[in-house]
Design a protein around this ligand. Structure first.
Ligand code: FAD
Length: 768
């Protein structure tokens, strides 16, 4: 590596090369050096200075890094340092902001310092506390970091939480004896390169910011210095460390034997460089550690468990999950009806960060999904407070916290409130006259009464939605007779289900990545459906053809076929997936009744035409109360404003997550996040990633945060415009309120939602 540096990199810095070429070639080195997987680089502007934001997976912590690149004040850029900044992002667990500051000789001192200060102030203006920002730099960038700190102190502004310097160039006079002594040993730099750079940068100026070694460093934040013992600038590092220690500054110093100038740029290739970067990362995490935020999550279904899992072990959040049920799982604990299963293949209906190994079939049955959620909760040591309903939540202006009132009479204080109550967790019981006079058992599919023995009974099933489609075929062989009351026939496509044999199940355990192709295939399948339902109706005929083909094949009776023909556009209600619904209804002891129900009598169900349909048991497959989000819980924001009052005309929230005027409130599976074709778990995972960043921002001092009304309003207008063109306007369904507003569904692809929720932008938020 030393030879490579001397032979390839060092010549790029020599003043013998034309400057534009030198800059260009140096940029290229940034593309050659290794970058961690998943690194994202975003072009930004910080205080008018073009910059890059470098983030690696897991780097969305509350603290930030401002990185000032080296290059002798004349060369270098975010591009030349793309490898080092990405390695530092991973080590620090933070995004790294790299300003493309102005270079000499075109822009001599103080242009670069001005740009560094502008970038710093922009980060502060974005809501980041000074304590939570680390300023790092290498070589000339190290000098700039010190100049920035001196400028801030002179202006009476807060200093960064941590300063990290790699081979800092602090003495423009090059007076250290090491400059000459190490000129032959340093693989990267020599005095001949430094001298003209110093002249170009200083351009005759004389200011204390140009001589940080002479400055009083008392009151400086912790300082972490890394230098190679063989480098020409090691004397600068030695002198700085000595002065800082004398001034009482906490200092760590890595003086690496045998290493040359700025050797950490080779992180990923050189063990000493890896160690230096890891050391700086650990120091930044320690120095910039944020306050811990108390997060209350209401609901222990996929949403609550997923967020809890992602935040478990977090540096910034203490999470309390509450659920009124007596176990985790949400709908997958409640819905135990025979045949309950997901209608999205499990490889897609599970978290990408927690591969499932419970699946006994492609479309996992309810017990598998419940076991999966219980395992994820146990593995992340989540211990929800069960049997505890949150009845009300009140924002306390003075304390800037939420107070939750609990069903057991207690209360809980939290900084952030995350309702993860689901859209389908409250069974809807129809208001049928006489229902409570029925002499036999009546129960809802989501509250299945397993004590009722259905064998030999006459069973009335009310409703033909997604649950009935599953439980009717599962019980039809047990019952003496069945009457299915259908208001509108569902569209159906065949269910390509199959059991997983021993080999497939072993593979789930030993090769979790083996699920990825299936995940990709099913994502494509459902996204195509979503495109058809929202933008390109021409994609929907295959759904109709599949329904008709199955109907023709499975139902010989023309009269029944006619009754099983939907009278609304395909996709307007959730398309059912079942290969055994039609055969179940075609059984001789099953009757499908399409006349409206007039009343329930003690002995059966009477339809509008006056016919009495005798029954021993009534099962309500009547779905869920979906438009009163969060009910019956009441949420009172600042000034006592109640959320359901605010939502009188229909629930709405920015990205389905944030509501203006309700600080530090982030919803999971909120308004307009349901998909007509796709996996809710996929959507929840996007929300979880966003909320995690929001919590980090609150912990980092940006909060309390509530979304700006104009941002939410723009989003809502867009949603309703796009939903107006969707298939969901073509019928009444659980996606719409009584007034016709579509409050449940997302009008695009899961992919678009993931993209739009990938980055939490503090600029979309304001303090109350
Ligand atoms: C039978 C059924 C099948 C489904 N199949 C699919 C499918 O195949 N694919 C798909 O994408 N989606 C499916 N869904 C949708 C399903 O709702 C979501 O996929 C997902 O499970 C939602 O998870 P959640 O955590 O958001 O909500 P839920 O699972 O509904 O959990 C919410 C939890 O919040 C608790 N809670 C609510 N209010 C309070 C309160 N005030 N205090 C304390 N606790 C409270 C509830 O007790 C519940 O446990 C199905 C839904 C049902 C009902």
């Amino acid at each position: 590596m030393r030879l490579l540096t001397r032979g390839v990199v060092a010549p790029l810095l020599t003043p013998l090369l034309p400057l534009p070429l030198s800059r260009r070639l140096l940029d290229v080195t940034g593309y050659v050096l290794p970058v961690p997987r998943g690194t994202r680089r975003t072009a930004t502007v910080l205080g008018g200075v073009p910059a890059e934001r470098v983030a690696t997976p897991g780097s969305d912590g509350p603290h930030q890094v401002l990185y000032l690149h080296g290059g002798g004040y004349k060369t270098g850029s975010p591009r030349s340092h793309r490898s080092l900044t990405a390695q530092l992002s991973r080590a620090c667990g933070a995004p790294v902001h790299v300003p493309d500051y102005r270079l000499a000789p075109e822009h001599p001192f103080p242009a670069a310092v001005d740009d560094a200060v502008a970038a710093w102030r922009a980060l502060r203006a974005a809501g980041h506390r000074a304590q939570h920002i680390a300023v790092l730099g290498d070589s000339a960038g190290g000098g700039l970091a010190m100049a920035l700190a001196l400028r801030l102190r002179a202006a009476g502004e807060e200093l960064p939480g941590s300063i990290g310097l790699i081979s800092p160039w602090l003495d423009l006079d090059l007076s250290s004896p090491w400059v000459l002594a190490n000129s032959g040993r340093d693989a990267m730099l020599d005095a001949d390169t430094l001298t003209p750079a110093a002249e170009d940068y200083r351009a005759g100026a004389d200011a204390s910011e140009l001589a940080p070694l002479a400055a009083d460093l008392s009151g400086f934040p912790p300082l972490h210095v890394v230098a190679g013992a063989d480098e020409v600038l090691v004397g600068d590092a030695d002198a700085l460390v000595e002065r800082a220690r004398a001034a009482g500054v906490p200092v760590s110093y890595t003086r690496a034997a045998g290493m040359w100038h700025a050797y950490p740029v080779f992180a990923g290739l050189l063990a000493e460089a890896d160690a230096a970067v890891a050391g700086l990362g650990a120091a930044v995490r320690r120095d910039c550690a944020a306050d811990r935020v108390r997060v209350a999550v209401v609901g222990a279904g996929f949403g609550g468990i997923g967020l809890g899992a992602v935040l478990s072990g977090s540096d910034v959040a203490d999470v309390t999950i509450l659920d009124k049920a007596d176990g985790v799982g949400g709908v997958w604990r409640a819905n135990t009806y025979p045949g309950a299963a997901c209608d999205v293949p499990s490889h897609l209906y599970s978290f990408s960060f927690a591969p499932g190994r419970e699946w006994t079939r492609r479309f996992a049955p309810q017990p598998d999904i419940l076991r999966y959620l219980e395992r994820v909760a146990a593995e992340h040591r989540l211990a929800p407070r069960l049997g505890t309903e949150v009845t009300e939540a009140h924002w306390d202006d003075a304390r800037a916290t939420w107070r939750l009132d609990l069903s057991d009479g207690g209360s809980l204080e939290a900084d952030v409130l995350v309702p993860a109550c689901g859209q389908l967790s409250r069974p809807a019981r129809p208001r049928i006259p006489g229902l409570d006079t029925f002499a036999g058992p009546v129960f809802h599919s989501a509250e299945w009464d397993h004590d009722v023995d259905l064998r030999g009974k006459r069973v009335a099933v009310v409703g033909t939605g997604a649950s009935a489609i599953q439980f009717v075929p599962a019980i039809v062989d047990d019952v003496a007779s069945m009457t299915v009351f259908q208001r509108s026939a569902p569209w159906l496509i065949p269910k390509p289900d199959r059991p997983y044999g021993r080999v497939a199940r072993t593979l789930q355990r030993v090769l979790p990545a083996g699920r990825l192709p299936a995940r990709g295939f099913w994502t494509l399948f459902f996204e195509t459906g979503a495109l058809g339902f929202t933008r390109f109706p021409l994609l929907t005929p295959p759904f109709r053809w599949a329904h008709h083909a199955m109907l023709r094949r499975q139902v010989p009776d023309a009269g029944l076929r006619a009754r099983l023909q939907p009278d609304y556009p395909v996709g307007c209600k959730r398309v059912g997936i079942s290969s055994d619904w039609f055969p179940a209804l075609a059984r001789p002891h099953v009757d499908v009744v399409t006349d409206a129900i007039a009343a329930v009598t003690p002995t059966g169900v009477r339809t509008a035409d006056g016919t009495e349909h005798a029954a021993d048991v009534i099962i309500l497959g009547t779905g869920f109360a979906t438009s009163d989000f969060l009910a019956p819980m009441k949420i009172f924001g600042p000034g006592g404003v109640e959320l359901s009052e605010r939502w009188r005309d229909g629930a709405r929230a920015h990205l389905g997550i944030s509501v203006p005027g309700f600080p530090n409130l982030f919803l999971l599976y909120g308004p307009n996040t349901n998909v007509g074709s796709g996996s809710i778990v996929h959507m929840l995972e996007s929300q979880i990633a966003y909320v995690r960043q929001a919590i980090a921002a609150v912990a980092g001092g940006a909060g309390p945060l509530s979304v700006r009304p104009d941002v939410e309003s723009r989003f809502d207008t867009e949603m309703q415009d796009r939903l107006g063109d969707s298939v969901w306007t073509g019928c009444q369904s659980w996606y719409r309120t009584a007034s016709g507003r579509i409050v449940n569904n997302w009008p695009g692809l899961m992919r678009e939602y993931r993209r739009r929720t990938a980055h939490f932008d503090p600029a979309d938020y304001e303090r109350p």
